[in-house]
Structure formats: C-alpha cells, structure tokens
Design a protein. Structure first.
Length: 273
C-alpha cells in the first residue's frame, strides 16, 4: 500500500492517451475530488499516480518515478487446489510450446499473449520480439474449466471495497457484485493473509462460479490496468491511487510487489504524449 507524504506540488494522476472507458471514469472521479489529471509527466516535482497499460507503464510511468504494485507472476499457481479448482502451473512460453494437450495459457499480467484455450503447445503464437512474445516470457498454464460467471473485486488492505460481474459463460456481461462472489473473495483474501501466497495491499482479484456451482479464483491483476465494469469508479480510484505513487511512499510489506521495467523498457526520459 502506498501512503501519501507532502510533495512540492499537489499529487496528480497521470493518464496517457488513448484513454479507455475506465480511464475516462477515473479521470472524472479524480476531477470530482480535486485531483489533477495530466497527460504527461510535469516538469516540476510532483507525486504522481498512474492509470494505464503495462507497456506504457514501462515506457512512461517508470521513468517518471512512479512505483507500481502488481501481484507475483506465480501467485495463482501457488494457490491450493481448493481455491482454483484446477491445476495451474507457472512456466515459460518455451516450455508451454511442448504441451501435448489442450490447456488455457495466459501471461500473468502483461497481456502480451492472447489468453485462450490452445489445442496444444504448437498452436501458441510464434516468437515475436517486437510484441515481447519470447520463449522465456512467463506464462500460466491451467486445466480448462468453464466459468458460469466471473467477477472483479477491487481490494485494499485485504478487503473488497467494490466490484462487478464482468462475464457470463465467457461473454462480456457487466453487472452487480453478488454476495456469493464477495464472500468467496473474502475467503481467498483471508487465506492469503494467513498461510497462503501474499498479495499487494492494493490489487484486483477476479473470482468466478463454475458450471458445477463451485467457486474458484480466476486470477489476480494490477489495479492500475483493470477495467472497472460496473464497479464504483470512486472506490476503484481509491485502489488505483493506493497501488501507484512515489517510491518513498511504498510500505515495506509491499516492496516485494514493485513492478520492474521489462526488458527493452523504458527509454531514458518519458516521451511527450
């Protein structure tokens, strides 16, 4: 969790163009509370927060001195079967290419590889350095399951502060966060606060109900690149601000979850947008 401290200029939210629908909602929420929104890093010292994609984060946010919290790449694979209801392995894209069977393959967070069910490893996209699809790229490989409904929970300090349904049987369908989804997310968070794998203090947790009625974790994501769907933008903004900010404000417990710029990023100075 990031905590604000006095800076030479008021803090601001850095949101580059083009802006997604969620980015627009968050800029409007920021304006309502008097938080400036900027398109590029200002020339004067100022504590900055971030909302945008991971590629832009490595290119713009990191050189601007913005700390970004994200879950560990191996977090999902470290969960017990009772919370995932499927086998999940953290591996590399090169190893995943050897799969002889159907599997759901996705990158942990960067979205550089299309998340999908692949008939076998040979169907995965070929290496593409420009798109950062390399054989040493981390991926999650899981058994194929069918989610009846999927929900996004925005989490701060181990508690769900807002959320939304985002899909029904794999199709986009935003709606309210149900009591069942909130309760299961709370169970996962309690487990992570106890004996389970840790999470950042501000993060997104996706959960879902399976076709057979069981609840399972879908994945965890960085709050600063998550669509809010039908969640409350004001509460989403609270989580985004807690997940990003100046390095000096990062709590000791969250330092293991600081994002490091990926290979080839960023340039020596943030570009003008």
């Amino acid at each position: 969790m990031l905590h604000s401290t006095p800076s030479p200029e008021p803090a601001a939210l850095l949101v580059p163009y083009p802006r997604s629908s969620t980015a627009v909602l968050l800029t409007e929420a920021a304006a309502r509370r008097g938080l400036p929104v900027v398109e590029r890093a200002p020339g004067v010292p100022r504590d900055l927060h971030w909302y945008g994609g991971p590629l832009a984060a490595d290119r713009i946010a990191a050189p601007a001195g913005i700390a970004l919290l994200e879950p560990s790449d191996a977090w999902l694979a470290a969960l017990p079967y009772e919370l995932t209801c499927r086998l999940v392995e953290s591996t590399t894209l090169g190893e995943a290419r050897k799969l002889p069977r159907p599997a759901f393959v996705k990158p942990p967070s960067d979205k550089t590889l299309p998340a999908a069910v692949y008939a076998d490893g040979s169907r995965l996209p070929p290496p593409d350095a420009a798109a950062r699809i390399t054989d040493d790229a981390p991926v999650l490989v899981s058994e194929v399951v069918e989610f009846a409904a999927e929900y996004r929970c925005f989490v701060r300090d181990g508690h769900v502060v807002t959320g939304s349904r985002y899909a029904v049987r794999g199709l986009l369908d935003p709606g309210p966060l149900t009591a069942g989804a909130r309760a299961f997310a709370g169970r996962v968070l309690a487990r992570c606060a106890g004996t389970g794998p840790c999470m950042p203090g501000a993060v997104v947790l996706d959960v879902g109900s399976l076709a057979d009625g069981r609840w399972a974790v879908v994945e965890a994501n960085m709050a600063w690149y998550a669509h809010c769907y039908a969640a409350d933008p004001e509460r989403v903004l609270d989580v985004v601000l807690a997940a990003t900010g100046p390095h000096h404000a990062v709590a000791l417990a969250d330092r293991p979850f600081l994002r490091s710029p990926r290979p080839g990023q960023p340039p020596s100075a943030p570009p003008r947008l």
